[in-house]
Design a protein around this ligand. Structure first.
Ligand code: ZN
Length: 176
């Protein structure tokens, strides 16, 4: 509790290029269905103002949802590219793991971060990864004799667990 100087570590969800593309398609479909739905039902409902208001509100909500998803996909894709460029691959030891009651997030894994290079070791640092991915679940069950592959940027204090297919992806220069 006495260590206050260092900022918190930020976990980044390493999305594959395909993953963020899928999110963008979903976002686009949501926005389109909101707009088209409103346009199609407008003539049929125009005599009932409260139906119009309800429909307008519903469509607006769908459009906002889609826009939010699109922005989110872009942000996590950008963070992933940054971490892939500046981060280094490492294997973090799983110190302990707890099974959760959440179906999507099966385990909470406590990982031990590598010691800082400047020799400033006044207490090891730990991060928590909550996940339901099968390899993470296996690592959780094997704890404390297991490791997880991660990308880590010590300078920016960001890290992300490498899941499945994006482990084989080679870092590519950002194309914008
Ligand atoms: Zn995981």
């Amino acid at each position: 509790m006495s260590r206050t100087a260092a900022p918190e570590w930020t976990q980044i969800d390493l999305t594959s290029r395909r993953g963020s593309w899928g999110q963008r398609v979903t976002a686009g479909l949501l926005v389109a269905s909101g707009v088209i739905g409103f346009a199609l039902s407008f003539p049929a409902l125009s005599q009932w103002w409260w139906e119009l208001a309800l429909l307008g509100f519903g469509c607006l909500l769908i459009v906002l949802l889609g826009t939010g998803l699109w922005i989110n996909a872009g942000m996590s894709a950008g963070e992933t590219v940054t971490l892939k460029e500046s981060g280094a691959r490492a294997e973090l030891p799983v110190v302990s793991a707890f099974e959760t009651t959440d179906e999507a997030v099966r385990y909470q894994l406590q990982l031990r971060l590598p010691e800082p290079a400047d020799g400033h070791v006044d207490g090891r640092e730990f991060v928590v990864h909550a996940c339901g991915y099968h390899r993470c679940v296996e690592a959780a069950r094997a704890a404390p004799d297991s490791v997880l592959p991660v990308l880590i940027d010590v300078r920016k204090r960001t890290w992300g667990v490498i899941h499945g297919s994006n482990a084989s992806e080679t870092p590519t220069p950002s194309s914008g």
